[in-house]
Write a new protein. Sequence first.
Length: 300
Amino acid sequence: MEEKLTRLNKYLSEAGFCSRREGDKLIDAGRVTINGIVPEMGTKVTPSDVVAVDGEIIKTNTEKPIYLAFNKPVGIVCTTDTNVEKDNIIDYINYPKRIFPIGRLDKLSDGLIFMTDDGDIVNKILRASNNHDKEYLVTVDKPISQTFINRMASGIYLEDLDRTTKKCSVKKIDSHTFRIILTQGLNRQIRRMCEYLTYEVTSLRRVRIMNVKLDVPVGEYREFTEKELKTLHLLLEDSTKIHEAKTAKENTTRISKASKERQTRDTTEHKAEPSRDDLKQEQPIRENRERPIRNRRKED
């Protein structure tokens, strides 16, 4: 009986070591080995293989996954590389088991971020096409106008990212504070949007991700409730199905469009090339037209 093969990045995520994306970075950096050998990207492993990161053997996680709602303070960086960043989220939270953040919240921002050892859930939550809500309370440096609210809600082209933000919900709270609900996760998105409109963010706090609300003091965390976890998995299951259906439809449309383009091109080329019969019919006419007139009698 053949042993089950698993992609290396998935193996690392299922073991609760890191997300698949982080796993790819570790593999690309040559920090992962299989049976003592540095593998290529995309390599698959069996349960009997010995996988290690920086010499530390990674074992499959057979325990119940961990899901935490953490209120990240300002000044803490959402990275798992504790050797590079001293003010990192892993050392700060100091959880007794290996966990990692889902997504990011920049150093100057605070609020809700998920921590887990379930690598498979990361991409499902972060995939922008699934339209998962993330809600923020933002304070800026000058009074908010209705034009500002309308522009933020309608989408803004960010030149340095070469992306236009998706339409979103924006509501004014007071003269300097607004609430915004995003389904995207572009780098420093809210700050960039405000900068484009000549506003500077002085405070940015994430207060909700999907169905989980921020309800713990800064610097503290709690486990998901059973109700939250059940609802979260239902939302992820539904959005994944929608994503797969949408992808299949886009692929079908793309193939259909390509077929029509080929058909049109073939028809055009066919019309552009005259048949031999056409050439035979046109040739005498062309020759008569181009032949010089000779021996014409002069009229008296």
